[in-house]
Design a protein around this ligand. Structure first.
Ligand code: HEC
Length: 110
């Protein structure tokens, strides 16, 4: 009985740490994030745009996280400030989920 309980606890702990490791922040809505990114960021961050092209696979997961921590230093901070914290979190969720070192990196088409 104790052994069985121990086994169940171990499985739960391992599962929980795996889930925690795949997201270093509270994930938002990836689908909304994709839409918001295209609508609010790609206007400039696209080939031939006014800023360098950005897509999820432009950075690693860690780099996206850092980018979202220090966005107040960017030239485009006003664009970020137009969004709610929830919108920004959704965008981060989208970029992070398809970062270059993620299990599902974005392809060019994304
Ligand atoms: C009005 C145009 C414009 C919009 C809209 C815009 N940016 Fe920018 N962004 C810039 C410019 C210009 C720079 C500085 C030059 C560069 O890095 O290309 C910059 C810099 C950045 C950088 C730092 C450079 C890098 O590659 O790490 C990041 C990250 C970034 N923007 C992300 C975003 C995100 C995310 C959004 C949407 C919330 C956004 N930007 C919306 C114009 C814009």
């Amino acid at each position: 009985m104790t052994q069985k309980l121990f086994f169940i606890l171990t499985v739960l702990t391992v599962t929980a740490s795996f889930v925690a490791a795949s997201f270093a922040f509270e994930p938002g809505d990836e689908r909304k994030g994709k839409y918001m990114f295209r609508k609010n960021c790609r206007a400039c961050h696209i080939d031939g745009g006014t800023a360098k092209a950005l897509s999820p696979n432009s950075k690693t997961q860690a780099q996206w996280e850092k980018a979202f921590e220090k966005y107040d230093r960017y030239q485009c901070v006003a664009e970020w400030n137009k969004l709610t914290p929830e919108d920004r979190n959704n965008i981060l969720t989208y970029l992070y989920t398809h970062a270059i070192d993620s299990p599902a990196p974005a392809t060019c088409a994304q």
